[in-house]
Write a protein that binds this ligand. Structure first.
Ligand code: PSU
Ligand code: MN
Length: 305
């Protein structure tokens, strides 16, 4: 297993010293955001994690190796995408065996983080149950991963391109805690509301770290969703976004987009329909998630027996 993992010096040293480390995904860079905002975002997010006392480990697969931490040139490669595949659990072993390069989704990043011994991961939004899943059966592998892999994922909830109610039901069935950070309401990515509640509200990183320590000490397998709403100044109007999302879903339907292409397609439509404003909000919420994740990682390592 060790053979497939390679670390940057910064991450290797942090892990050896049991310092706090925060994992970051690459799908968000390669398939979630336009160039060059994506590479700027990736750099800024890493710096925010350092400023909050942790070490960033951006994770991806390059030429058949699992990279735990990327240098600047490597970040640039993921940002310019080219031949970068989107890698979820299903794709993971093939991308390694064929020596390819792939951007890891939430599910695949959780797998890699767990192999490397990293417990906290910051992203934008997780995948979930798609609208119409009762026919299409399109449910992101992120949810099953959260049920089985011990990594906490700090996110701004799920986009309402998904069926938020069914996503939360699925997480409940799979035993995944959905924890609100300073909120009672589960956020819907671009906006702070969704009409759904979180399972538990917490107000400090220490409380979240304590919950994770106990969960894993008791062998309660699986991760947790830490839902951190977009900062107010960047939040978009919930009802307006709903209109935009319905339009984007309609376009996807007309063009028969399905499978792993659906999420990137919808993100791009939403960007166009909001004249780029969605990207600004996306970047702001990721930065905020990085800050909160770093604080949780710091508290978690302090509490480590
Ligand atoms: N949601 C976003 N932006 C993203 C994604 C989700 O707001 O970039 C990406 C994440 O990498 C997530 C993946 O893990 O899409 C889910 O894809 P799928 O539904 O195909 O599992
Ligand atoms: Mn899917």
């Amino acid at each position: 297993m060790r053979f497939y993992l390679t670390y940057t010096e910064e991450v290797k040293q942090a892990l050896a010293a049991k310092s706090p480390v925060v994992a970051l995904e690459t799908t968000i860079i390669s398939h979630g955001m336009p160039y060059p905002q994506n590479v700027q975002m990736a750099r800024d997010v890493e710096q925010i994690i350092r400023d909050n006392g942790a070490v960033p480990a951006t994770i991806g697969i390059m030429n058949g190796k699992i990279k735990i931490g990327l240098n600047d040139g490597e970040l640039q490669e993921f940002a310019e995408r080219g031949e970068v595949e989107k890698v979820s659990r299903r794709d993971f072993s093939y991308i390694l065996s064929s020596g390819k390069t792939g951007a890891t989704t939430v599910a695949a990043t959780m797998i890699a983080a767990d192999l490397a011994g990293i417990s906290v991961f910051a992203t934008g939004g997780i995948g979930g149950v798609h609208r119409g899943a009762e026919d299409s059966m399109d449910i992101s592998a992120d949810l099953k991963e959260l049920a089985q892999t011990n990594v906490a994922v700090v996110c701004a909830g799920v986009k309402s391109i998904l069926d938020i109610g069914r996503t939360l039901e699925y997480l409940e069935t799979q035993g995944v805690p959905v924890v609100g950070y300073q909120t009672d309401e589960f956020p819907s990515f671009y906006s702070r509301e969704s009409g759904f509640s979180v399972d538990f509200r917490t107000d400090t990183p220490e409380e979240i770290a304590r919950m994770l320590q106990i969960k894993w000490k008791l062998n309660l397998q699986g991760g947790a969703v830490i839902a951190n709403p977009v900062p107010l100044a960047y939040a978009m109007n919930h009802d307006k976004m709903e209109e935009v999302i319905l339009k984007a879903l309609h376009q996807a339907d007309e063009q028969h987009i399905a499978g792993k292409n659906i999420t990137p397609f919808l993100l791009n439509s939403i960007k166009q329909l909001t004249a780029g404003k969605s990207v600004e909000t996306n970047i702001a919420l990721i930065k905020h998630n990085a800050e909160v994740a770093a604080k949780i990682a710091v508290a978690f390592m302090k509490q480590q027996p």
